[in-house]
Ligand binder design. Structure first.
Ligand SMILES: C[S@@+](CC[C@H](N)C(=O)[O-])C[C@H]1O[C@@H](n2cnc3c(N)ncnc32)[C@H](O)[C@@H]1O
Length: 267
């Protein structure tokens, strides 16, 4: 397929099928080219998460499945961090690099193209985050474990995912989502955070309106997209996503947990 050139500054991780990923992620590009943040989050809510994560001078931060890089760029504007944004889509990293232009960064940022699940476990980070890509590690608990094992003692993590709305019981959930759903609840989340040896610090719950706004922009993106044609009809897909949202938001909510790994402070 015809696509832009991957900027030279992107580090391609071993075994990444770059050409294949351009094609695979083309529909996502069509549905997100207008987004700064590819999630039900706002600039303000990202800033408030960073208040809790408190990146500081000299710390290493990785944002897995970083999308257009907004979260990492905000962190690097705050502090002289060494930041890495990892994503499997060459489209989003190309946009992240474009979006770096004109930003007054105190820290450095690198963009890595590759599969999140293959990221070297031996590399330790002060802050490891993943907002909205828990399928990579087969759900909330797997994603938490992936973040926790890559975070040094005293480090912090943030994980964004859907969960059952507080106050919705199992029968109501199954009536909407279907039987045998493995959707996590608030108590499942807290239990899983403790199980992987982290201390829960704060849970951000996104208002339904932010989720609705995200979907309106998905539709607007698909409708205005004039780049290389993806293999699927993005306009139809965007509307299917919105229908799913209309169904799901009655019983699900988008959350981001911030947690800490006990241990000595950075020094
Ligand atoms: C819902 S978006 C979230 C993006 C970003 N965290 C944000 O909040 O704007 C999910 C991201 O996961 C990336 N992704 C999907 N599968 C991946 C994988 N296996 N490894 C790394 N990134 C992946 C997509 O390219 C996309 O940028």
């Amino acid at each position: 397929m015809v696509h832009p050139l991957l900027p030279d500054s992107v580090k391609v991780l071993p075994d990444t099928d770059v050409e294949g990923e351009w094609a695979r992620f083309a529909p996502f590009e069509a549905m997100h080219h207008l987004h700064d943040i590819c999630n039900p989050m706002t600039h303000e809510s990202l800033e408030s998460l960073l208040d809790r994560l408190a990146p500081t001078h000299g710390e290493r931060m990785i944002d897995m499945a970083c999308g257009h890089g907004e979260f990492l760029l905000k962190a690097a504007e705050r502090a002289q961090i060494e930041g890495v944004g990892l994503d499997l889509s060459p489209w989003v990293l190309t946009r992240a690099i474009e979006r770096t232009n004109g930003r007054k960064l105190r820290g450095s940022v690198e963009w890595w193209l590759g599969e999140g699940a293959s990221l070297d476990k031996k590399q330790q980070w002060d802050i490891a985050t993943c907002l909205g890509a828990s399928w990579i590690w087969h759900g909330f608990t797997g994603t938490l474990r992936a973040l926790a094992t890559r975070t040094r003692p005293g480090g912090r993590i943030a994980i964004g995912d859907l969960r059952t709305k507080v106050g919705i019981d199992r029968a109501a959930l199954e009536a909407v989502i279907g039987p045998n759903t493995s959707m996590t609840s608030e108590s499942n989340q807290i239990e899983a955070i403790r199980e992987v040896g982290l201390e829960p610090i704060h849970c951000y719950v996104s208002p339904d309106e932010a989720w609705a706004r995200y979907h309106r922009l998905v539709i607007e993106s698909a409708d205005t997209y004039d780049g290389p044609e993806p293999a699927v009809d993005a306009k139809t897909m965007a509307r299917e996503w919105q229908q799913e949202f209309e169904r799901d938001h009655r019983v699900l909510e988008w959350t981001v947990w911030v947690a800490k790994k006990p241990g000595p402070p950075a020094g």
